[in-house]
Design a protein around this ligand. Structure first.
Ligand SMILES: NC(=O)c1ccc[n+]([C@@H]2O[C@H](COP(=O)([O-])OP(=O)(O)OC[C@H]3O[C@@H](n4cnc5c(N)ncnc54)[C@H](OP(=O)(O)O)[C@@H]3O)[C@@H](O)[C@H]2O)c1
Length: 280
């Protein structure tokens, strides 16, 4: 009985108070939601995305919830990643970086004959290569923040499309699906490599959530997509925020190398139909 202690109290168990976080693609969509969740939980947050105007607008919004910084940076460019590393170091100082959320992502949809090589390369480069490179570049800052029973955390935003073939999308997304499957496995590889250095690496594989990337597909196929989920709907902001807060708080400190689907069960039931009676 003596093992039960105040650490089981939910507010403490899921707290991110005092932590430092970088969210790539934090100026919109899921990144903005996760940045807000971290700030509301008491973390200091730096968001980065390509467009200065989007960064400025998001920072103005997020600053209502806590100490927020922003920087315009393209994660696919080596010099931008290094500048982002230097800025991260300057704003968080001796504390280092407790949480890296590799969320920035790209997609491209076209039939196989129409699918351009440069689009395939861009999607792979954004969703896989740059996640590896940015994580590598930030290792010294992550190691500074790592502590016993409180490792630094890397959370990669994958997709249910990396868990199954996304037939419901109707628009083929060859590179996106391949890139997210690769990202899930990169997550496992990094988890094994970085665990001994006090850094956990996990992935979240979301189903459909409203965002700029998802909304044009949802507009056309919304009913189909909702019907494909056992829960009959898309995800809500708290449902991605909750998964992230678990992985980056005390609650998730012993979780390493997982791919956590947050899709209402869609990836295990794709193509589900109502029960049919056998003929005769
Ligand atoms: N929404 C969904 O239903 C869903 C489902 C599964 C997985 N996901 C994943 O969740 C992540 C976020 O997607 P989202 O739906 O929120 O997309 P979104 O609304 O299009 O937002 C993407 C964000 O990433 C930034 N970004 C894009 N390319 C970048 C780059 N090269 N460098 C830096 N920032 C970049 C964008 O800002 P700038 O334009 O200013 O760069 C924007 O802030 C992606 O990895 C996506 O694959 C989303």
């Amino acid at each position: 009985m003596s093992r039960i202690n105040s650490g089981f109290e939910a507010r403490q168990l899921f707290s991110v108070a005092g932590k430092t976080a970088l969210v790539t693609g934090g100026s919109g969509g899921l990144g903005l939601i996760m940045a807000e969740a971290l700030l509301r939980g008491g973390a200091k947050v730096l968001i980065a995305s390509r467009k200065q105007s989007k960064c400025d607008e998001a920072q103005a919004y997020l600053s209502a919830f806590g100490e927020c910084f922003s920087m315009a940076a393209d994660v696919t460019l080596a010099e931008h990643r290094l500048a982002l590393r230097d800025y991260t170091s300057s704003v968080f100082g001796a504390q280092g970086l407790s949480i890296l959320v590799n969320n920035a992502g790209a997609n491209w949809g076209a039939s196989i004959e129409q699918y351009p090589d440069d689009a395939f390369a861009k999607v792979m480069n954004t969703n896989v290569n740059s996640v590896f490179s940015l994580t590598r570049d930030l290792l010294p800052l992550l190691e500074v923040a790592a502590a016993d029973l409180n490792p630094a955390r890397v959370v990669n935003i994958g997709s249910m499309d990396g868990l199954h073939v996304p037939i419901v999308q109707r628009v083929p997304t060859f590179a996106y699906s391949a890139s997210k499957a690769a990202l899930h496995h990169l997550t496992r590889t990094l988890a094994v490599d970085l665990g001994p250095r006090g850094i956990t690496v996990n992935a979240i594989a979301p189903g459909f959530f409203h965002s700029k990337m998802a909304d044009h597909v949802l507009k056309v196929y919304g009913d189909d997509i909702a019907g494909d989920s056992p829960l009959g709907r898309c995800g809500e902001p708290e449902e991605i925020a909750g998964a992230l807060l678990y992985l980056v708080s005390r609650a998730g400190a012993y979780t390493n190398g997982i791919v956590l689907p947050v899709d209402g069960g869609t990836h295990i039931s794709k193509g589900r139909r109502d029960w049919m009676n056998a003929p005769g």
